[in-house]
Design a protein around this ligand. Structure first.
Ligand SMILES: C[S@@+](CC[C@H](N)C(=O)[O-])C[C@H]1O[C@@H](n2cnc3c(N)ncnc32)[C@H](O)[C@@H]1O
Length: 209
């Protein structure tokens, strides 16, 4: 698996300034906030893997069963001979595998581009997915849109962008609108997007101890 680390190229003063501004603004606001992208250093990634395996973390289990149930239908609906699957915040790739396998099973060649800000997560993903004749993997360690924009002209294949794990729930309404707009701008007509949303939940489920 090839990995390109755009963060290494990007350890610029500009980046450190953006971090300082984000922290200052986030922790000065009421309620205090901090962009989820700063949670995922090596320790944060490892913690997320543990959380996602916890019996009370219903998100992973539910999304898994949805992908298991509808993966084949998704691949059949898109129905291409070759596809570029791009995953924003791919994590360890366990869910990606379900989607990728559905395309491979119907004979579609898959070029998989996981994008994740965590180098550690990218390492885990590499260990979980096996490259083959029909599957090529090129991991991009980067922020979502830095990674996505770097892939704009990779091929003429149709793209399927995955944004799973209710990651979108980390954004407020304005950030969500901006995210979706940037996503729309980065893609071509007839590309596809699959977003995993959580539904509104009873606070007893969310606060279960
Ligand atoms: C909640 S986990 C979801 C992982 C996986 N998609 C799943 O559904 O299990 C969020 C993932 O997104 C990555 N991430 C968070 N913010 C990011 C950003 N701004 N750019 C790129 N990756 C990001 C994290 O490193 C982490 O692997």
């Amino acid at each position: 698996m090839k990995i390109t680390n755009l963060l290494e190229v990007d350890q610029s003063t500009q980046n450190r300034e953006a971090f300082t501004t984000d922290v200052l603004m986030g922790l000065s606001s009421e309620p205090k906030t901090l962009s989820a992208k700063y949670f995922y250093d090596d320790a944060g990634s490892e913690l997320f893997q543990k959380i996602s395996q916890h019996q009370d973390y219903y998100l992973t289990k539910t999304e898994f069963s949805i992908l298991e149930q509808y993966g084949a239908a998704l691949a059949a609906t898109i129905n291409e001979t070759e596809i570029d699957i791009i995953e924003l915040g791919a994590g360890d790739g366990h869910k990606s595998k379900l989607v990728i396998d559905s395309f491979l099973a119907q004979g579609t060649k898959v070029n998989f581009y996981p994008i994740d800000i965590s180098e550690k997560a990218m390492g885990l993903l590499g260990a979980n997915l096996a490259i083959g004749d029909q599957l090529h993997i090129h991991g991009i360690v980067a922020d979502y849109f830095h990674g996505l924009n770097s892939l704009k002209t990779i091929s003429n294949n149709k793209k399927l962008v995955l944004f799973l794990g209710s990651n979108i729930g980390n954004f407020n309404r304005a950030q969500t609108q901006e995210f979706l707009k940037k996503l729309w701008l980065a893609l071509n007509a007839n590309d596809h997007v699959l977003i995993g949303y959580d539904l509104k939940k009873d606070s007893d489920i969310l606060n279960k101890v």
